[in-house]
Design a protein around this ligand. Structure first.
Ligand SMILES: [Zn+2]
Length: 183
């Protein structure tokens, strides 16, 4: 988000030169530079052998399941966000976090940098949070079909299939992206 006014005192921001960023909106009263940064969030594919944990949130996608996700809170590491969000949304513990790359999204001015992970199930029973409509294990071979609308989620699942050395074809039967089908 590009700041025009100081969120603390309301003063119109001036431009101050920062050696590596160029001109940055600056409040001289509070002596703060407001860098233009996206909000970091995590997306996590929780895997238990051939099962993957999926959520249903109609406000995100009406007919599609999604992976677990959440914003990084100030004061925590990204790894802590992964553990916290998975536990909050599903009641499960995870281990063996593996970073799978990032995705940048600008959704109607909502600028988000998504840090994507896979993690292995490490205990606990599913206990759905009240903020979640539905959460349960799906067979990894059904994930791409069940996540029809979630393009980013599907890209992550395809990375997970490679990570677990999946060699079958069934998992890709709903994937109509012909470029990636043969890779
Ligand atoms: Zn200010």
């Amino acid at each position: 988000m590009k700041f025009k006014y100081c969120p603390i005192c309301g003063k119109k921001l001036e431009e101050k030169y920062s050696w590596d960023e160029g001109g940055v909106p600056y409040c001289s009263k509070d002596d703060i530079m407001y860098f233009d940064t996206p909000r970091p969030c995590v997306i996590v594919a929780v895997v238990n052998k051939d099962q993957i944990l999926l959520l249903k949130q109609s406000y995100i996608y009406k007919n599609s399941k999604v992976l677990l996700s959440g914003y990084v809170a100030n004061g925590e590491t990204v790894e802590e966000t992964v553990h916290r969000e998975v536990f909050e949304e599903s009641g499960l513990k995870v281990k063996d976090l593996k970073y799978l790359g990032s995705e940048y999204v600008n959704n109607n001015g909502k600028e988000i940098i998504m840090l994507t992970f896979m993690a292995n199930y490490d205990g606990g029973d599913i206990k759905k949070s009240s903020e979640v409509e539905w959460v349960d294990w799906s067979h990894i071979e059904d994930a791409l079909c069940e996540m029809s609308e979630d393009e980013i989620g599907k890209r992550i699942v395809k990375k997970v299939l490679k990570e677990i050395n999946y060699t079958g074809k069934k998992a890709y039967r709903c994937d109509n992206d012909s470029c990636s089908r043969n890779t």
